[in-house]
Design a protein. Structure first.
Length: 321
């Protein structure tokens, strides 16, 4: 074994291994890179393919989007992959909220992954049916406190961003707005528009056309600051719930122990792509804003989100069996 060799030999061996790692990073990429993401036709799939297309051109190596069913197997696949930068996760921020609500997720987002970049961000939007007599967040909170347990919200996907945004609102505003769960967003949207449910913390692409038509009333965005996607709408934080912040992101992670040089190159290439004006415009038109963060910013965001939501998940009893 290496530990039984003389010190000089062990030092030489360590130097050789270090040099081999550096050489491998310098040669990166020498084969196609695979983005592991969710189902074809989803928003994150579109973003992954857009980034992959431009990154392939810039690197001179093919970047392949590989679709898998949504769920914990996505994280498990990448966590167990060889940490060489050729298999990376391109997914939504549910990647790190899923283990909070599903004990059987089978991966640790903090310990088993190396952050690369936040690709995009998008707020949820607090939208109500016009039949509710509330024109602002403060009026909605007052109404909910006057009618505890009577108001409800639609939510598809236990632990999804729309669900967590609503329960965070309940938690921080001190109200009890009841969840009406749906198997899919289409039925939830239809029932909201018809007035069968009172509100939803929907995504921007859903909200904008219905807000413009007057079929729904948008009160505020869930991001800490107003969003360019919905000009004129205030944030919930500035409308009566200080400190409130929620939303969704598309992010890129590699397996833990991926060489720092490879992480840095993947980060630089990702940022290079999403900072392109044409890419930013395409993403914006789909309802998300391009970011292109550092690995450190992504790590800090993930840890902050987990810390903020763990109490909410526990209080609301959010679990996926």
């Amino acid at each position: 074994m290496l530990t039984t060799l003389p010190n000089s030999v062990r030092l030489a061996a360590a130097l050789l291994l270090s040099c081999a790692g550096i050489a491998g990073a310098q040669d990166y990429p020498s084969k196609p890179i695979r983005f592991i993401t969710s189902g074809v036709g989803t928003g994150v799939d579109f973003a992954a393919r857009l980034v992959a297309q431009h990154m392939s051109t810039n690197l001179g190596r093919q970047v392949i989007v590989e679709n898998r069913p949504s769920g914990p197997t996505l994280g498990q696949t990448v966590a167990k992959a060889t940490p060489d930068g050729y298999i990376v996760l391109f997914y939504g921020s549910t990647f790190w909220t899923m283990p909070l609500v599903q004990a059987s997720s089978g991966y640790d987002p903090v310990k088993e992954f190396a952050p690369i970049s936040i690709v995009t961000t998008s707020p949820n939007v607090l939208v109500i049916h016009p039949s509710l007599p509330a024109k602002s967040v403060k009026e909605l909170i007052a109404l909910a406190k006057a009618r505890p347990g009577e108001l409800n919200y639609a939510s598809s996907g236990t632990g999804a961003s729309n669900h967590l945004a609503a329960e965070l609102f309940n938690f921080m505003a001190g109200v009890n707005i009841v969840r009406i769960p749906y198997a899919d967003g289409t039925r939830a949207s239809a029932d909201l528009i018809s007035g069968q449910v009172h509100m939803v913390f929907g995504n921007a692409s859903f909200t904008i056309p219905h807000m413009k038509s007057g079929r729904l009333r948008a009160l505020a965005v869930t991001s800490a600051q107003p969003s360019a996607l919905l000009p004129g709408l205030p944030s919930i934080a500035a409308s009566g719930v200080p400190g409130y912040e929620s939303g969704s992101m598309f992010v890129i992670f590699a397996p833990a122990k991926t060489p720092a040089a490879v992480i840095n190159q993947l980060n630089q290439e990702t940022v290079r792509v999403v900072k392109q004006a044409d890419v930013r415009d395409v993403l914006f038109n789909t309802g998300v804003e391009a970011v292109g963060s550092s690995p450190e910013e992504l790590a800090a965001t993930m840890k902050s989100e987990i810390a903020r939501l763990v109490k909410v998940v526990k209080q609301a009893g959010i679990r996926v069996d």
